[in-house]
Design a protein. Structure first.
Lengths: 371, 853
């Protein structure tokens, strides 16, 4: 009896000792395995600063979602700050907040931040800033990125030129600037390519976003005889208004395709690809500080409506194919409104001119002054 | 049986070893696993570090290639600007670029060749890129590396200038991109992601280990490109891919090219491997330490288990010993009760009988007493073993103890025909504090032993004291020297162990349990004393016992022999029996025999004895009768002695409220007396009761008025006949019978004593006078005390009494109240001359009667 209890005690002791040993072993093993691994597995953080809500339809949402997907794919943490105004010190505060979170690259979605950014970028030399612009002011503290929308505008012009019954196409844009002129010129070249006699009416609204002025501009364009329009605006409102006015239109935002039957096509930007390429490029070592991606990089396209005629579709696709093969939009003989020749046959307008010096409009563009 | 044990022990040893080995192996395996995990983790970390380091190498490589490409572009741009400015015709520009492995060319904006080299159709895309403003490089399979720059015409671009590095030219070591093979431990090549071709290989690339013919690709390129998908640089160290080499890669900015390098792992990590080795070495040391620790822990555990087993065994043994002690105690009680009866009845027989029968009875008594002493020994020893023996220190008189010792031993020695000498240092203080009973037991045991083992010759008992007056501690030294058989040297160690008897062959006639010395040693140790033995075999032994005792009062014991005599005298006086016909006593015992013994022993005193068989009966009797003494047995059925006593005391109708109760018990263990006294008994009498002790006890507790002098006839019968019975003239100072008594009836000795006494007169008188004159009454008291005893021993009763009175006065002077001191001193001064004159008279008489000068 006594021996039994002793034996039992002994067995219990052994079992306990083995269990203890196993636990200690496991603990040591786990601690060895996981100790210091955090250093290797730390993820870099990316920041995105938006002027409007990240849920706003159009650019902001497309950019935010595209960057989010890119970050997911490449294993970055993304912090999105939306509703950041460009005209006060909020950009500075937001940047500081992001830097404190360990953000190494900050993408700015709106061109309007350019001015403040210069100073902020100097404050945080360890952070890469990516401004959404290819304008003149290029600081060595930051990188510029944008998309060659003019290539798709050219396609849109071709589509508008074929589709127009009246031979008058409308173009609504905020105000004359590098980007807007470049896009307008490409659009005009597209229209003239398929319909050399077509009139291209331009209405400046004077605002990036203004529902009233946009409504008014569209109304004027309609009454000037335009039956196909396209626009340059920060919101998708003009597309809705155009549809309401019974105008066919080519949407500047990707989600425009969901509004048949008036939508002929929509400019679609693959922000995931845009950001993917930016993140993948080692900017510090690159000679270039400007990332201006276009149809050759397959980040933009003109998504066509399924309701187009085969002819329209074929023409647009052929033109797109040419662009993909390397055809430059601004090539061949180009006159401006004043009759000056801007490009000779057999030459191409250089990239720098496109980026920084397009202060003219193509011949055939008519600007409607608001009365 | 023994073999069985050996097998068992072997099996246990084997079991234990296997156990230890098994556990050790388990722990070792755990450590090994941990070590391997650590090793792999460290290798992993190291490789990661190597890879990280190598990514920088890749970075550098990429920068170098990038710079080379940039330089090429810069040269071409210069040519283009010259063409733009019209300083150079396009044809000359193209011609200028031609060289070994290099061809120039001019294209229009649609990629159509105008001058020089002609490119394939897909080169148009490169043109488009160039037109978009990026200086552009492309590799065409089978053709080579083409770089393009735009040729401006104003704001616009007119031509595209291109430069082709042919494949064969690139492979040649004279190519500007060919800079590898400069270091033997590093190889670099340029790879195009689009065509998946190696553009610029290093020397002997197709023959090297880094070429994979199956894929026609550099070693590990797939993995590198996978890694480059998510990062700027990549490096791989994977023994599965390339043993001993780190592969690293970095993309060339603004192109689709990748620079790939191979470098020996060893050259990258030269210093780090040392750290690696150090860590492994330290871990190894730790493992060794850990192993030692584990072994130590195991040993400890085993020891703990063993000690548990030992503890269990010890507890078992203690329980057994306890049971044995209890058994012995019970048995002794059971034996003592009938033995009491036997001895009591035997006492009766001895009184009533004569002749042969008396001799037989005497033998019975002797055997009974031996048996009793054996039982006592066993009892004592069992008590010591059980830890129940306690040392109970009390105040006692050392002389009284020595007196008892003398009485007990001298009798036995005398019976054996041995001379017993006792020498007591007269300066030892008499009043001591210690366990008198045990001290006596120790001394008597040793002396009895000496007597027992000494066939002829003498036993000398010496008592010395080594005191320290300050601390009141006296170390008593008892030396027992005999001329006995002695102890063999080899037996000395066994001497004090229990139940051990030495030299059995020689001592087979000597009775004993072998417990005596063991008890003595234990008791000595309990009293913080020591015992030592010194013996020469065949010549005798000397036992020396040293016991520390506390001094109660610093009066010296004085001339012990004289005291012995005095005590003997007292005994003698006491021996005179008594009668008490008016006295009534009650004896309560459940055993008829015991009752009869007591009745018989007290028969001659003519005391009225009532008996009771139980406590109940006792309680009934004390309500009806008055008894002067009640003897109450301890162990009785139903109601024991203690309970009976407490009931009796609580009984209001009792007529014996004031009567002394005396416990009567066979339980003679140490501490019993105190127990009984504490319970309310007046005294305690241990069974078997001997007549003398019983009588003394009765005499002590009977009211004095009920005690009559013994009947004359009886006194004659009991008083020892004196050698010279003639009546003394009242005028004589020297009482001859007294003197003879102190000298054992030896006239010669008496005369010798007397002569000595007379001769010392002058000295003594001078001393006393001196003391008195100097006022040293304490010394005077001591000296007059000595005079008291010595004068008594030579029969000077008057002088002794006078000295005694002076001594009393001296004591009163020294210890009494201050106001009486003058009175006492007055008495001493008045009576001192009386003592001197008595001394003088005694000396004169000695001269007259015994002719002593």
């Amino acid at each position: 009896m006594k021996l039994n209890s002793h034996e039992r005690l002994r067995r219990r002791f052994i079992a306990f000792a083995l269990l203890q040993a196993a636990l200690i072993c496991l603990a040591i093993f786990l601690s060895i395995n996981y100790f210091g691994s955090a250093i290797w597995e730390r993820r870099d953080a990316i920041g995105l600063i938006l002027a409007s809500s990240r849920e706003a339809p159009g650019w902001p949402r497309d950019m935010a979602q595209g960057l989010q997907r890119t970050c997911d794919e490449h294993g970055y943490n993304l912090y999105i700050e939306d509703g950041v105004k460009s005209d006060d010190s909020s950009l500075d505060q937001i940047t500081e907040k992001l830097v404190k979170k360990g953000v190494k690259k900050i993408f700015l979605a709106n061109p309007g931040y350019q001015q403040n950014l210069e100073m902020i970028a100097r404050k945080y030399p360890q952070v890469d800033f990516y401004a959404n612009s290819v304008g003149e002011t290029v600081s060595n503290r930051m990188y510029n990125y944008s998309v060659r929308y003019y290539e798709v505008r050219y396609l849109a012009g071709i589509l508008a030129g074929i589709h127009s019954q009246t031979g008058i196409v409308g173009y609504m844009a905020p105000f004359p600037a590098l980007e807007t002129r470049r896009d307008l010129n490409a659009f005009a070249l597209g229209v003239q390519k398929v319909r050399p006699d077509a009139r291209i009416l331009v209405q400046w609204t004077g605002q990036w976003i203004s529902t009233d002025k946009e409504n008014k501009a569209l109304y004027l364009l309609k009454h000037a005889g335009a039956d196909v329009i396209t626009y340059f605006a920060a919101s998708q409102h003009p597309a809705q208004e155009a549809a309401a006015l019974g105008l066919d239109y080519i949407d500047f935002h990707g989600s425009g395709r969901t509004l048949p039957p008036h939508c002929l096509g929509a400019i679609e930007t693959d922000w995931q690809a845009v950001y993917g390429k930016l993140l993948h490029t080692s900017v510090k070592r690159s000679a270039s500080r400007v990332y201006w991606q276009g149809i050759l990089d397959q980040v933009i396209t003109l998504r066509l409506s399924p309701d187009l005629t085969p002819q329209e579709e074929a023409l647009v696709l052929r033109a797109r194919q040419e662009l993909l093969m390397g055809y430059p939009v601004f090539s061949g003989k180009i006159y401006d409104k004043d009759g000056n020749i801007r490009c000779q046959e057999g030459t191409v307008i250089a990239n720098n001119s496109l980026r920084e010096k397009m202060d003219w409009l193509v011949k055939g563009v008519e600007i409607i002054e608001a009365r | 049986m023994k073999q069985d044990n050996t097998i068992n022990a072997d099996k246990r040893m084997l079991d234990f070893t296997l156990h230890l080995l098994g556990r050790f192996l388990i722990f070792f395996a755990i450590l090994l696993v941990i070590g391997l995990a650590l090793q792999s983790k460290m290798n992993d970390s190291l490789n990661r570090e190597v890879e990280k380091f190598s990514t920088h190498q890749g970075d550098m490589l990429s920068i170098v290639y990038h710079n080379l490409l940039q330089a090429e572009i810069a040269g071409m741009t210069k040519t283009a600007s010259l063409i733009t400015a019209g300083k150079l015709t396009p044809a000359d520009g193209v011609m200028a670029m031609d060289g070994q492995g290099v061809q120039g060319g001019l294209l229009d904006i649609n990629g159509q060749s105008i001058l020089g080299v002609s490119l394939p159709g897909e080169a148009r895309l490169q043109c488009a890129r160039t037109l978009q403003g990026e200086p552009c490089w492309r590799y065409y399979k089978g053709l080579g590396l083409v770089g393009m720059v735009p040729v401006y015409e104003g704001q616009n671009i007119r031509y595209i200038l291109c430069k082709l590095h042919t494949s064969s030219g690139l492979q040649d070591s004279s190519s500007p991109f060919h800079f590898s093979a400069q270091r033997h431990d590093e190889k670099a090549l340029l790879y195009d992601k689009d065509t998946q071709q190696v553009m610029v290989p290093f020397e002997n690339y197709p023959q090297s280990d880094f070429y994979e013919p199956a894929q026609d690709a550099p070693l590990g390129v797939d993995k590198l490109l996978d890694k480059l998908e998510n990062s700027d640089e990549a490096a791989i160290f994977d023994p599965e891919i390339s043993n001993g080499y780190v592969i690293y890669a970095a993309p060339i900015p603004d192109t689709n090219f990748v620079a790939i390098g191979y470098r020996e792992w060893r050259t990258v990590v030269t210093g780090i491997t040392n750290i690696h080795l150090i860590v492994l070495w330290v871990f190894g040391l730790l493992v060794v330490l850990f192993c030692v620790f584990i072994l130590y822990a195991f040993t400890n555990q085993v020891a703990a288990e063993e000690s548990t087993a030992l503890r269990e065994a010890r507890d078992e043994a203690l329980r057994a010993n306890q049971a044995k002690s209890e058994f012995l105690a019970n048995m002794s009680h059971e034996i003592r009760t009938p033995l009491n009866a036997i001895l009591g009845m035997n006492e009766m027989i001895m009184r009533e009988s004569s002749g042969k029968l008396k001799k037989y009875a005497f033998n019975v008594k002797s055997a009974g007493e031996t048996l009793l002493s054996i039982i006592n020994d066993i009892l004592d020893f069992s008590k010591i073993e059980a830890g129940n023996m306690e040392i109970v220190p009390v105040r006692y008189s050392l002389s009284s103890v020595l007196n008892d010792v003398y009485n007990m031993v001298s009798y036995k020695a005398g019976q054996k025909g041995l001379a017993f000498h006792m020498e007591v240092d007269p300066n030892i203080p008499d009043a001591l504090y210690g366990d008198e009973v045990r001290l006596r037991q120790v001394v008597v045991n040793i002396l009895n032993n000496a007597v027992k083992y000494t066939p002829k010759g003498s036993v000398t008992f010496t008592v010395n004291g080594h005191g320290d007056m300050q601390s009141d501690v006296l170390e008593l030294e008892f030396i027992t020297q005999d001329t006995g058989i002695g102890i063999r040297e080899e037996d000395k160690e066994k001497l004090f162990s229990k139940f051990q008897r030495l030299d059995l062959e020689k001592n087979r006639n000597i009775e004993g349990t072998g417990l005596g010395l063991a008890i003595t040693v234990r008791l000595t140790e309990m009293m913080a004393g020591t015992i030592a033995v010194d013996s020469v075999y065949g010549q005798g032994s000397t036992f020396t016992i040293r016991l520390p005792q506390t001094i109660e009062k610093n009066d010296p014991i004085g001339d012990f022999n004289a005291r012995v005599e005095a005590a003997l005298q007292e005994e003698e006086n006491y021996r005179e029996s008594f009668t008490a016909p008016q006295a009534h006593i009650l004896v309560v015992d459940d055993n008829d025999m015991n009752l009869t013994v007591v009745e018989s022993l007290l028969e001659k005193t003519r005391i009225n004895i009532h008996t009771a068989h139980s406590g109940k009966e006792c309680l009934r009797l004390i309500q009806n009768n008055h008894y002067d003494i009640i003897f109450l047995d301890h162990m009785m059925p139903e109601m024991d002695g203690l309970e009976t006593l407490s009931r009796a005391k609580a009984l209001t109708t009792s007529q014996c409220q004031a009567s002394p109760f005396i416990a009567l018990t066979a339980n003679a263990v140490a501490g019993v007396k105190e127990m009984f006294l504490a319970k309310g008994f007046h005294d305690y009498l241990s069974k078997p009761v001997d007549g003398k002790t019983l009588e003394r006890m009765v005499q002590k507790y009977l009211p004095p008025e009920k005690i009559n002098a013994p009947a004359a006839a009886e006194k004659d019968a009991t008083a020892p006949p004196l050698p010279d019975a003639s009546p003394e003239p009242a005028a004589y100072q020297i009482d001859l019978p007294t003197a003879l008594k102190y000298c054992g009836g030896n006239t010669e000795l008496q005369k010798k004593f007397l002569a000595m006494f007379v001769s010392r007169r002058e000295a003594v008188v001078n001393q006393l006078e001196n003391d008195l004159q100097t006022g040293n009454i304490a010394n005077y008291t001591t000296h007059v005390h000595a005079l008291k005893s010595t004068s008594l021993s030579i029969g000077g009763i008057h002088l002794s009494e006078c000295a005694k009175a002076l001594e009393m006065a001296g004591h009163a002077y020294c210890d009494g109240p201050a106001e009486e001191q003058g009175q006492q001193l007055q008495y001493i001064r008045e009576h001192h001359p009386e003592a001197i004159s008595l001394y003088q008279a005694l000396a004169d008489e000695a001269q007259k009667r015994f002719g002593i000068e």
